[in-house]
Design a protein around this ligand. Structure first.
Ligand code: 5GP
Ligand code: ZN
Length: 115
């Protein structure tokens, strides 16, 4: 399905609920996370409804790559010295919204491994 009427991120794509949108193209919408974990914490989502990154990879290599490219554009605009991209895929690793999304985090030092 293209969009899901019950999905909060689909509603952001459609402008039915507000978000601070920082980037948009035909395949990607990016907006500030409501609960930021770093000075830059942007969520990049495909403009089609799929539940996670695994489903997105099965659905469209083009859109999967578009998320990575959009992250690079945003990071370049902000002159981030480095950035971290994260897909939580499945509730067991912390996915809480089931529309695929890539976290783009930057603007502070990070540690590894993540929690
Ligand atoms: P997850 O835990 O699924 O990887 O990440 C979901 C992210 O979505 C969380 O970081 C959470 O703060 C963010 N989030 C949840 N609901 C909303 C919302 O309505 N608007 C925005 N901007 N971010 C949201
Ligand atoms: Zn959705």
């Amino acid at each position: 399905m293209a969009l899901d009427a019950n999905c909060i991120f689909c509603k952001i794509i459609e402008g039915k609920i507000p978000a601070e949108i920082v980037y948009r193209d035909e395949n990607v919408v990016a907006f500030n996370d409501l609960n930021p974990q770093a000075p830059t914490h942007v969520l990049l989502i495909p403009t089609l409804h799929v539940e996670n990154a695994a489903a997105l990879a099965e659905t469209s290599a083009v859109v999967t790559a578009a998320l990575m490219k959009a992250a690079k554009v945003i990071a370049s605009e902000r002159a981030l010295s480095g950035y971290r991209t994260v897909f939580n895929t499945g509730a067991a690793v912390g996915q809480s919204v089931f529309h695929a999304h890539m976290h783009l985090l930057g603007g502070r030092d990070f540690t590894w491994p993540p929690g």
